[in-house]
Each structure stands twice: as structure tokens, then as C-alpha cells.
Design a protein around this ligand. Sequence first.
Ligand code: ZN
Length: 371
Amino acid sequence: MTTQDPGARPGEALLRALPKVLLHDHLDGGLRPQTVLELADAAGHELPAGDADSLAAWFRDAADSGSLVRYIETFEHTIAVMQTADNLARVAREAVLDLAADGVVYAEQRWAPEQHLAGGLSLGAAVEAVQAGIDDGIAAAAAEGHIIRVGQIVGAMRQADRWHEVAELAVTYRDRGVVGFDIAGPEDGFLPSRHLGIWRFLAEHDVPVTIHAGEAAGLDSIGQAVHLGQADRLGHGARIIDDIAFTTDGDQAAELGRLAHWVRDHQIPLELCPVSNLQTGVAGSIAAHPITRLKELDFAVTLNTDNRLMSRTSMTHEMKLLVDEAGWTLDDLADVTVTAAWGAFIHHDERRDLVDQVILPGFQKVEGALV
Ligand SMILES: [Zn+2]
């Protein structure tokens, strides 16, 4: 980590102005509390709280329980209000606007279309509704002076058996807004080996893959994701730290196991989500979160929000915590942002433009303001 004058620590306003790349953010985990209230009211869905502030607190507290299973239960309420094309489009549009206001210039929104069919939508119609909302949000953000690009990652729920259908959906919509495929939900016991054929199918159709791994389960899950799933990125991947032996307290004394070497040798981006990980018990504090150690060891570390509603977080908030509690500098934040851009599910020339024309000049501008 670079040294930094503690007096020059960037505050929230400067952090918000930084260009950001967000690769791991769930569409159904980022709703505005007020929107949940309004849509639930219209749909006749009962919520555990009656106003936006107490509803926001309920989501955070339920997610704070320390169990991934309970964390996932909070999604019953958000998913319940995302069952029509109009509602999906509204949620997607607002997500884009909220990200743009947070300084995000490139984002991938992931969600599981199979969970949004109760109102009669087909998988394809659901993807098209979300895309309409994304397109609207991008246009509305541009009108406010924020240029943002957003792609969809369609995911299959690990515990259900629609992996093949969703993989086919990703192929069908590959050039119409979908940039990649994911599996989400309970990690333990539902590993990529459940449906071996889909990974080859996706690879043969040139669909990028990210797999939730190394959050609730450990090295076996990460190994399957990279070897069987041929994952281009790992959703979280934090527990790769379990394959590293720290022989002393010193930063340099780390001995990597074979899998940790594999992940680092291939520079497979780790979509780390510090605040969410505190809630699910992956780490005990921001200072102790593996993100800093993994970054120092040259893993391809990226910074993400996971679920902005449940974790009451944003990219600016995640950055602020790392600066305040883990000693991160602007250089560190630039590193993870550039790494995320190179790991984005867009093409090489587009990644280069994102880095050279948006991220580096944006960081230089903020650095100039800090001096
Ligand atoms: Zn996630």
C-alpha cells in the first residue's frame, strides 16, 4: 500500500466523485425502501414495516443476523414486488439512477429471472422488462449529466433446477443486454457439479460466467467454480484466503496453496463485498476483511456492494470504510477500479476506453482536488 498523508484522506464528497465500476450488485437487493412500500401497497403484499425508514432498518437488521440463509429470506419481500414488467422496469431504472448518482460509470446488475414469473411473465419478457428499465435509467442519468453503462447478468438459483433454461436465456439475450451468467442462492451443497453440462454449453456460446463461490462455502466451491464452471470471475471468493498460510504477522510471509496460486496466476477477478461479508459472517471487521490482504498479495481484487438495500451500502460507503478503517489510499481505490474495468463483461477495446478515457482521468481530477 502506498503511504499517504493522513491529513489528505479523501472525504465522502470526493469519494462520491470518483468513477466507479461495480461488477456484483443484485437488482433485487438494491431497491429503494420507498419503492418497496409503494409497489407492495399496489400488489397487496404485506411488509414487516409501514414506512420507508423502519422498512430500511428492518432489511438491515434481518440481514445483520449473521446467517446467509436469513439474509436470503429478506429477498422474499423485494422479489414479491418485482412480478410485473412495469415493476421490473421501475426497479431497474431506479437502480441505474442510484448507481449513477453514486459515481458508478459501469455496472453489471445481476438477478434471477426465474423468480419473477409469478405474474405471468416469461423468462424472456422479464429480461426485456429489465432491459427497458435499464435503457430508461441510462437516458435519464445522461440527462442529469451522468454517463453510465449497465449490463445484465442473468442468474440461476442454485437450489432450483432451471440452470439449463437460464443458460439458454443468457445465450438468447447475449447481444440484447445480457453480458453474463451466474448462479446464486445457497452455496453449500449446491455446487457447479450439479449441472455439469451447462458450463460447456455457455463456453461454446461465448457467454462470460461469474459464479458465487467462497462466500458461504470454501475452497471446494471455489475450485469447482474455476475448474468445472470455467468462471471468468468469482462472486466474493473471499475464502480463497483459507488456502493461504500466513507464517508470521508480517505482510510478506504468505504461502499460497495450489488453488490460491491458480486464482492469482490467472488473475481471476474476485468480486469482494466487504459490508455484505460482515453481515454474513465472512469477516469480523472491515480492517480484518481479506480484501486488503488479498490486494496486497496481488490478487485481482474488485470492490462491490452486493445488496445495497440489505446492507445499507453504496460504492462510496464501501470506499469510505476501506479508507477509514483499513488504511486504503486513492491509489488503492484506483487499482481495484481499474481491475474491475478489465474484468468487466465487455470487449477488450471497450475496457481500454473505460480505463483510459473515464477512470484514470476521473481519479486524476479528484487527486488534483485533494492536493
Ligand atoms: Zn451476491
